[in-house]
Design a protein around this ligand. Structure first.
Ligand code: 3PG
Ligand code: MG
Length: 410
């Protein structure tokens, strides 16, 4: 994979695909870790005289503008962190983007609006995606892929643009793949994986892929309820996502492979996600019909911590509960503490999980590596070919006339 060090960027317009999909709450950006993670590449390009066009998705808008998913606050934060202005385009490839890009000078930065406001970004139709990629590619002469958290997505800005412009990987993609490589191949064992979080339908297949690799898989957070339901337990009002037959298949395969698949034995329940709710720990097999599981319980926290203390390698993806509400953050805190106390090589995967541990006051250096990619790191560990990495590895096939920054020689 070519890196930006091998790219001649001075005076060139460079389209940088970042993953700036940060958690945004009532008071703005809740955790800017993903924005900070993009800085080394952006600063290097700018110092070398490039004109930079930054693009990203945020959330999952349905292919049309959605004010709740605007990247405007992210552009403002990026500007503070870079210490230079970031012009914000109100569209992705429309008149606002073109005007902003045409006015760009070396050392200047433009951020495009959320890529997923355009249906071409996520289309399953190669032609539709390709047409959007053509328009994105026309904004720059070079492409840098640095959005590690999105490299598992076959999307226009992640894959198709790379096939249209000379390209290279940014420093974040390089650092992430170097760290995650330690969790593939010759792994120091016991290797324990902790899975939680809410994007259960996405992550369930990954749990299956890890069955052949990990020695133990500990399951909490939203994913626990899918497995509890698969085992025939009532889960009340708790989150239920994913295919129960698939979960049943994994439970069976785990026994066959000799992998301990451990579902949290108790959960903290409340009538709803109410910050004022008291919450009560109950056995996972006895969740009342009118209650919702919002965190793993104290028995699960102790069990998970005891198991993690025996590991040599740990990978953790997905909070154990609704950590944003202090009453339901204890399970997530216990797992974070177990990793921090461990002598194992520990990797935290995923923007949400990284944000959770920072919110709970753990510094990044309490862990071996904090990945910005959730789904991406899981699929990498499964040994899958990630479309965004494959696109960066593919040979450059420059087409068309290189776009240069305004006022720069071609
Ligand atoms: C993430 O937060 O996991 C990445 O930004 C990818 O987002 P997605 O799951 O909506 O594609
Ligand atoms: Mg995620």
């Amino acid at each position: 994979m070519k890196t930006i060090d091998e790219l001649e960027v001075s005076g060139r317009r460079v389209l940088v695909r970042d993953d700036l999909n940060v958690p945004i709450g009532g008071h703005g950006i809740r955790d800017d870790g993903k924005i900070r993670a993009c800085l080394p590449t952006l600063n290097a390009l700018l110092e070398r005289g490039a004109a930079v066009v930054v693009c990203s998705h945020l959330g999952r808008p349905a292919g049309r503008p959605d004010p709740a998913c605007t990247l405007a606050p992210v552009a403002a934060r990026l500007s503070e962190l870079l210490g230079r202005p970031v012009a914000f385009a109100a569209d992705t490839v429309g008149p606002s983007a073109r005007a902003a890009v045409n006015g760009l000078r070396p050392g200047g930065v433009v951020m495009l609006e959320n890529l997923r406001f355009n249906p071409g970004e996520t289309s399953k139709d190669d032609g539709v995606r390709g047409a959007f990629a053509d328009e994105l590619a026309s904004l720059a002469g070079l492409y840098v892929g640095d959005g590690f958290g999105a490299v598992h997505r076959r999307q226009a800005s992640v894959c198709d643009v790379a096939a249209r412009l000379p390209h290279a990987a940014g420093y974040l993609v390089q650092a992430e793949t170097a760290a995650l490589e330690r969790l593939t191949g010759d792994i120091e064992r016991p290797y324990i994986v902790v899975l939680g979080g809410a994007k259960v339908a996405d992550k369930l297949p990954v749990a299956g892929g890890l069955l052949g690799r990990a020695d133990q898989i500990l399951i909490g957070g939203g994913m626990a309820f899918t497995f509890l339901a698969a085992q025939g337990h009532g889960i009340g009002l708790s989150l239920l996502e994913g295919d129960l037959d698939v979960a049943r298949g994994y439970l069976k395969r785990a026994v066959q492979c000799g992998v301990a698949l451990v579902v949290a034995p108790d959960v903290v329940v409340a009538p709803g996600r109410d910050p004022a709710a008291e919450g009560e720990a109950v056995p996972s097999a006895a969740i009342p019909a009118d209650q919702m599981g919002l965190d793993i319980g104290p028995q699960s926290a102790r069990l998970f911590a005891a198991k993690l203390a025996t590991a040599k390698t740990i990978f953790w993806n997905g909070p154990m509960g609704v950590f944003e509400i202090p009453r339901f953050a204890e399970g997530t805190r216990a797992v974070a503490q177990a990793l921090a106390d461990s002598g194992a090589f520990t990797v935290i995967g995923g923007g949400d999980t990284a944000a959770a541990v920072r919110t709970l006051g753990f510094p990044d250096d309490a862990f071996g590596h904090v990945s910005t990619g959730g789904g991406a790191s899981l699929e990498y560990l499964e040994g899958k070919t990630l479309p965004g990495l494959a696109a960066l590895q593919a040979d450059d096939t420059p087409t068309g006339t290189p776009a240069t920054a305004a006022g720069c020689p071609a």
